[in-house]
Design a protein around this ligand. Structure first.
Ligand SMILES: [Zn+2]
Length: 209
């Protein structure tokens, strides 16, 4: 069974959303494109123009990853400015946004008001209080490899509504089937059923696959 990988960095993967970097050659597979906060530099505006162009392609299904990162030294206001640009553009082309967030969840929340499209926090591996808060504000959460070994994430996932979940490998090297298996077990449903739910969630973004 081929399982959908919501966010990955493997160009060979055919069933998922490839995280394309703006300077990379465009792929024919489904992808998202954006400026990761760590890649914001003096040329970001120029890069953003390129993103605008690439993101109009029909196989570009989302904007991102983009967002806020509290562990890098880059000026926070600049990070917010670049993130907002992504959201406004996503509004315009009506594609969802895949968000990278490190230690800045409370600052991500207000952007929900700006967004007219769904927002998905990728690689979620924080506390339950944060998961609840994000849910309350309408965010989707995409979970990755950490679920396999973190008991706290497993208990978050147990209670988190299936309608708001995605699963991803990100840049980790493992088989996504392990993650589906674990999640299905936590949710007490079959892998097939879980996969169908994830495909429904994609439709709700809406992403056609
Ligand atoms: Zn990533």
């Amino acid at each position: 069974m081929i399982l959908f990988d919501f966010h990955h960095h493997n160009r060979e993967n055919t069933y998922g959303i490839y995280n394309l970097e703006p300077k990379e050659i465009v792929t024919e597979k489904k992808f998202s494109v954006g400026i990761h906060p760590k890649d914001i530099d003096e040329n970001w505006e120029e890069n953003f123009e390129k993103i605008k162009e690439i993101s109009l392609l029909p196989n570009c299904v989302a904007i991102g990853e983009c967002g806020l990162d509290g562990l890098i030294s880059l000026n926070e206001n600049l990070q917010k400015e670049v993130f907002e640009k992504h959201i406004l553009w996503a509004n315009q082309i009506k594609k969802p946004v895949i968000i990278h967030c490190v230690k800045r969840f409370s600052e991500i929340i207000p952007f929900q008001k700006t967004a007219k499209i769904p927002l998905v926090i990728h690689g979620f591996n924080k506390k339950k209080t944060i998961a609840d808060e994000m849910l309350r504000h309408g965010f989707y959460l995409s979970f990755g490899k950490s679920v396999l070994h973190s008991l706290s994430l497993q208990s978050i996932l147990k209670e988190f509504p299936l309608e708001k979940i995605f699963l991803e490998t990100d840049d980790a090297n493992f088989n996504i089937e392990e993650l589906y298996q674990k999640t299905a077990e936590i949710k007490g449903i079959s892998i097939e059923n879980l996969h169908n739910k994830i495909l429904k969630n994609l439709e709700s973004l809406p992403i056609k696959i």
